[in-house]
Design a protein around this ligand. Structure first.
Ligand code: CU
Length: 121
């Protein structure tokens, strides 16, 4: 299934905005890897990931109900990602351009679902 371009753009834009202070304009992004996070009912697996700056994260909803991946600081917000089998794209992805610790949660189940992306140089 193709990634949803609108969501990807939102994520990249948001992360670019938060990367202004730490990224030199001509600084190459060393990471080219993709890390997958499965979304279930009601958890992220794994809930904490460590990636190198420049790596991409793909969240895939494998549960039975919609979920989101929403940055606690609103650097990104997937809005509702449908479960598989609906005919709609059930993934959300983006590249992390900034070093830092980025906690996130599910906007639909904020008391139950939380995760962290740790980005290293
Ligand atoms: Cu949820």
């Amino acid at each position: 299934m193709p990634l949803r371009p609108a969501s990807l753009l939102v994520l990249l834009t948001a992360l670019a905005a938060c990367s202004l202070e730490v990224d030199a304009p001509d600084s190459p992004l060393p990471g080219a890897t993709t890390v997958n996070v499965a979304i279930g009912d009601f958890l992220y697996n794994p809930d904490t990931i460590r990636i190198v700056r420049g790596a991409s994260v793909v969240w895939t909803n494998t549960g039975l109900t919609p979920h989101t991946t929403t940055s606690d600081s609103l650097y990104w917000d997937s809005t509702a990602i449908p479960p598989p089998g609906t005919g709609a794209v059930n993934r959300y992805a983006g590249q992390f351009q900034s070093v830092g610790t980025f906690p996130y949660h599910c906007d639909l189940h904020p008391a139950d679902m939380a995760g962290t992306v740790i980005v290293t140089p």
